[in-house]
Design a protein around this ligand. Structure first.
Ligand code: F6R
Length: 607
């Protein structure tokens, strides 16, 4: 998730405004920064790795001349965060420059084609292909907008791009597909940006650019066209009356809610990971003598779910272990045949990194799954995969959890294929369902959020909750409990449902709320018995069920429905979403700030 900002000004210099705009977008990514301006038939570019303030201190980003320019704050997806990979990227002649937010899935093929045609590449990014594609079309005599449109048609994946060129020095051309892009208009200026907060102090007159559209910005105006047929699209600007703080959260009252709603988009991004890294990691898992899945907190719950995925799909037994226990529990037995798949959103969690350290000392293979390229985990892991969730600001992990699950299920599926453990038909079905997951999550949020809000009102006075699930759903139950505890401060208990009768059931009395996660999988029959056990003792049953599950509906005091027909191994992704929402609204009901739970930090760097 990167941030882009551009401006065409009538009177003043663009560079200081671009830096200020990027600063307001820094929450979208902050490992590199760059700006380009157009002045007197030249492009002026400054870029480097580091946060905006660091790069500005070193290079003075404000002294680039000219009234037109674009800038970028990066969150690395392809290519490590170093200077050559920072945006903007230029064509061979340095006559045009591009900034980009998103992932170009077919950049490998496009790059090979462009190299064959004689283009020289300077970076390892997917973005650079866009500059060279536009260069090709400009050579044919197209206008900048036509050339950008032709290039956009060749791109697969997601993008919001902004382009400047010496050929049309008073313009910025932008295009978007599945990555955000907005335009701001003022009397003497026009802006483009990833998000409204970038230009909100300058104007509140906003034009929203839709998917599949291209926008030509010049002279305090903008013209929108469809990428498919280049036809003009009339659109009136809207007046936005958000405060800057609201704008940063895109109108949501909290980052946590924004991030819950962002999950469909983030899940789409996890389906566009670079094949070669997934394949490499699968090869390591395939060769391993034993596999540990190690993490803390929410990431540990992803590992727990993954252990079911690997076992059910690839027939690979793995050991999910809480990182702070790993050295005590397994430290001495780990050896050269052990493979440790370490999962850490931040890539900096101290307990997790100490596992890495001790395992490396014993010659084990360390693999990493993280959200932060450039983090310690990416430097010490033999192979790592970036989960592509974009920066998560809310302290409670939400979108990063579902992204982790998506990546882990893809790994399990690949391994199953490699080992020939699942039939072609089953693999195709799973792949098809995985593609549908973003839409399914979108549907759950759309249809169930109001209901969850009402449930939070109903159960707000309860002092303790139980969360139960069987099989892979026990991971979703544990995650639901962690969310409720950490942000609404309600003591809660989670167990695999079968275990609840070996002790915890003694807590149940009339009205005790028990949340059951029960998709219609192989555990359905037994979980019905567990629900009846609880109900017989007076518990209030709140269930997360598949649509049309009349049996559990009849046993429940309240239920939340998720779409039916989900394969068991993927079900925790949609099942956890109502539980995230429940925790959020319970926190609100209890007057807690969900973004800043007491005593917690986003990245726990002490042991
Ligand atoms: C809970 C939460 C924490 C983290 C844990 C591990 O909402 O965010 O439990 O999951 O501290 O953090 P990472 O994944 O960064 O290693």
């Amino acid at each position: 998730m990167c941030g882009i900002f551009g401006c065409v000004l009538k009177r003043s210099e663009a560079a200081p405004l671009i830096r200020a705009g990027l600063k307001r977008l820094e929450y979208r990514g902050y490992d590199s920064v760059g700006e380009v301006t157009v002045h007197q038939r030249r492009l002026f570019i400054k870029k480097d790795s580091g946060k905006i303030d660091e790069v500005h201190k070193l290079h003075n980003l404000d002294d680039l001349p000219g009234r037109v320019g674009i800038g970028h704050t990066r969150w690395a997806t392809h290519g490590a965060p170093y200077q050559a990979n920072a945006h903007p990227h230029t064509d061979c002649q340095e006559e045009l420059a591009v900034v980009h937010n998103g992932i170009i899935e077919n950049f490998g093929e496009l790059k090979a084609e462009l190299v064959e045609a004689g283009h020289a590449f300077r970076s390892k990014t997917d973005t650079e292909v866009i500059a060279h594609l536009i260069e090709e079309r400009l050579k044919e005599g197209l206008t900048l907008a036509e050339a950008a449109c032709a290039a956009a048609k060749r791109l697969e994946g997601s993008y919001a791009i902004a382009v400047v060129s010496l050929k049309e020095p008073d313009k910025i051309v932008c295009a978007r597909k599945e990555s955000p892009l907005v335009v701001g208009l003022a009397d003497d200026a026009a802006y483009c940006a990833s998000d409204i907060p970038a230009f909100l102090p300058l104007t509140n007159k906003v034009v929203i650019v839709e998917d599949g559209e291209l926008v030509i910005i010049s002279d305090a105006e903008c013209e929108i066209r469809k990428i498919s047929d280049f036809k003009k699209v009339p659109r009136e600007p809207e007046i936005i009356d958000w405060s800057p703080e609201m704008a940063e959260k895109q109108g949501y009252p909290h980052f946590m809610l924004k991030e819950i709603h962002e999950q469909p988009l983030r899940l789409r991004n996890t389906l566009r990971l670079q094949e070669q890294y997934l394949e490499l990691m699968t090869t390591f898992l395939d060769r391993a003598g034993e596999v540990f899945l190690v993490a803390c907190g929410t990431s540990y719950h992803a590992c727990l779910a993954a252990s079911y995925m690997f076992s059910k799909l690839a027939l690979l037994a793995t050991h999910p272990v809480i990182a702070s226990e790993f050295v005590e529990q397994h430290g001495r037995s780990v050896n050269i045949d052990s493979t440790i798949l370490v999962v850490s959103q931040s890539g900096e969690t101290a307990d997790t990194l100490s596992t890495v350290e001790s395992s490396r000392q014993r010659a084990a293979t360390v693999l990493g799954l993280t959200n932060v390229i450039g983090s310690t985990l990416t430097r010490v892991a033999r192979v790592y995969v970036c989960q592509q969730s974009g920066p998560e600001i809310g302290v409670a992990a939400t979108k990063t959890f579902t992204s982790q699950l998506s990546v882990l299920s893809q790994l399990a599926l690949r391994l199953a294929k490699k080992r020939g453990k699942v039939s072609h038909v089953e693999i195709e079905e799973l792949e098809e369902k995985l593609e549908q997951i973003p839409e399914i999550v979108e549907t759950i949020i759309r249809l169930q959020e109001d209901k969850v809000k009402r449930l939070a009102k109903k159960y707000r006075g309860k002092r303790c909750f139980f969360f139960l699930g069987r099989g892979i759903s026990s991971a979703a139950a544990m995650e639901g409990r962690l969310k409720l505890m950490e942000i609404a401060y309600i003591p809660s208990i989670a167990y695999p449902a079968g275990e609840s009768k070996h002790g915890p059931i003694s807590l149940i009395e009339k009205g005790f709320p028990v949340v059951f996660v029960c998709p219609k999988d192989e555990t359905h029959k037994t979980i019905v018995s567990n629900i009846m056990e609880m109900k017989a003792r007076g518990a209030s049953i709140i269930s997360v069920i598949e649509e049309g599950d009349e049996k559990i509906k009849a046993l429940s005091d309240d239920y939340i429905e998720i779409p039916k027909g989900l394969p068991e191994v993927l079900s925790p992704i949609p099942a956890v979403v109502p539980l995230q929402l429940f925790a959020y609204y319970m926190a609100i009901e209890n007057g807690c700030d969900p973004d800043k739970p007491r005593n917690l930090a986003k990245s726990v760097t002490v042991k």
